[in-house]
Ligand binder design. Sequence first.
Ligand code: TXE
Length: 480
Amino acid sequence: MQKILNYINGELVGPASGKFLDNYNPAEGKVYSQVPDSDAADVNSAVDAAQQAFEAWAAMPVEKRSAILQKIADLVDRDLDKLALAESVDQGKPVKLAKAVDIPRASSNMRFFATGAIHFASEAHVTGTEAVNYTLRTPIGVAGCISPWNLPLYLFTWKIAPALAAGCTVVAKPSELTPMTAFLFSQLCMEAGLPKGVLNIVHGLGPRAGQAIIEHPEIPAISFTGGTVTGRKIAATAAPMFKKLSLELGGKNPNIVFADCDFEQAVRTSVQSSFSNQGEICLCGSRIFVERSLYERFVHEFVNMTKQLVVGDPQEEKTRIGALVSEAHMNKVLSYIALAQQEGGKVLTGGKRVILQGRCANGYFVEPTVITGLNATCSTNQEEIFGPVVTIMPFDTEDEVIGYANGTPYGLSATLWTENLKCAHRVAAQLKSGIIWVNCWLFRDLRTPFGGMKQSGVGREGGWEALRFFTEAKNVCVKL
Ligand code: TXE
């Protein structure tokens, strides 16, 4: 049984307690490796290593720092197939998706911030003829980075790359549900010659190892991606300690389809935005609103395309829907489908657990599910399900659908389908979402600020925002 190890001070080490947790392969429904059950002792060792490494790493010429981070990206590219398979085994996603999205994006994250740091500038202001004010930005110190299980290496690197590029050292904790690619990544860091202590990866449970990172007094900045409930707990610990906090949380994203849309593109992309990664992407459009004159046609075509999605072994080429990440998460998703029916919803396709033959007979599979007949305020349309489940509702006016779209506690992303330019800009301006896609979905430019409103998050990642987050800024005013 493979044992995953922590990466502390440049070495792969077991947890101080000697305790390990079972790590499941969700497509087979069985334990396939062990992950450290780390605690505060391991986090303290990691922070000590990060503190010792900080001064040299922060002082290193940015071009040299950048070259090391790009070398890591080269090794991620070299090991694409191995990392994609590990991601698929750990999380349940089709290996095809991990190869096409997760791992290439992990490499892009490293490269984007490695090169961005070279061109990063701060501000100066000439105050008449009397003074010059300049903003001096320096790395804030040891950064705490905590990431979720749905896009494991993609979101892990999305956090650590800007921190490292900005000159911070890092103590990171990936999700205990999907630790494998972060473990493989730590080995690539060693091979790339990342100096010891610059990146430290402590595996383990959120309330134990994660909480120890949040409450450590020598970690001044926390970057977290995960559920809103957890985000609230983290903020309650970090705020009284005056830590810098970036929270990327949950979503219940609207997908608004106007009658004048490019119908073929809208339907095809909506199937993708509903069910990609088994619907386990916080940016998935889980609530579809269709203008009434197009509603019946859209529902008919959407259900037909959904029925063609193959639920299967994540390692098979034809598979589009893999396993959900855990038995607990599968049961949570199935409970929401039952709730939707109790609330008056009609399941047009899907709704059940799938029992496959062979290797995956005990895996955690759920059919892609389409539900209609619900109102906008029921729990099914208010709460994040984070699985292959979407609801579809008709609307008649712009004001009505904007009210539906904005009518949840979340505000992460929204998608809009219309060929009318004025409608696109007018509606986008009124949607309370941090990211809005018009006639596309998940089309990303890493320079753009990324994050949610309301209970979808605090702060912005991406671009200069992310690099700035990991720096401390002081204004120096020099009298002329
Ligand atoms: O989150 P959890 P999950 C959201 C997505 C969904 C959730 C799924 O919408 O709601 O994340 O990820 C650690 N102190 N997003 O279930 O449980 C935990 O060990 C410190 C939004 O994993 O919150 C794991 O490493 N850490 C996002 C991480 O937090 C704690 C994109 C997340 O765990 C902790 C992706 C604690 N008390 C998913 N408790 C976006 N907006 O971009 C848990 N953890």
